[in-house]
Design a protein. Structure first.
Length: 147
């Protein structure tokens, strides 16, 4: 099934400047649920500007981020440099990462699973995870307040 996914690379600079990221408390919450990331190999699918990848790198994970939009990955590298962390980024999709199998302890997707061909992405995740690995599909929403 082919998805009609927008080209987020066209707005990469805006995403780099304005896209909200996940709170640092996510790391603590995941640990409470048995998902440790420090010192682990983490793959972030649909990484975009790397906000989730950067959070894991700041927590001591070895992070690889995959996204189909090269301009977003350029923003991720820039933001990582500003934060003083390093992650490996590569162009690819959640369905076809091009990465070796059984390579990751944790595979994440933040704010993006709905863009994927879910059955194909799930098969790729299974292929990429080491035995006993974890999958984290994270999503947040806004709470509108009267202003």
């Amino acid at each position: 099934m082919e998805r009609n996914t927008p080209d987020f690379g066209l707005t990469a600079q805006d995403y780099g400047r304005h896209r909200a990221g996940f709170p640092p408390e996510l790391i603590t919450r995941l640990a409470r649920h048995g998902v440790e990331t420090s010192g682990r190999d983490v793959l972030d699918l649909g990484t975009g500007t790397g906000s989730l990848a950067r959070l894991f790198a700041l927590a001591g994970a070895r992070v690889t981020g995959v996204d189909p939009a090269a301009p977003l990955l350029d923003q991720a590298r820039r933001l990582d440099a500003e934060a003083g962390v390093t992650a490996a980024y590569r162009v690819g999709t959640a369905e076809e990462t091009g990465l070796p199998g059984a390579r990751f302890d944790v595979v994440t997707a933040g704010q993006c699973w709905h863009w994927f061909d879910a059955p194909r992405a799930a098969a790729e995740v299974r292929r990429l995870l080491r035995p006993g690995g974890s999958v984290v599909i994270a999503h947040f929403d806004w709470l509108p307040l009267p202003g």
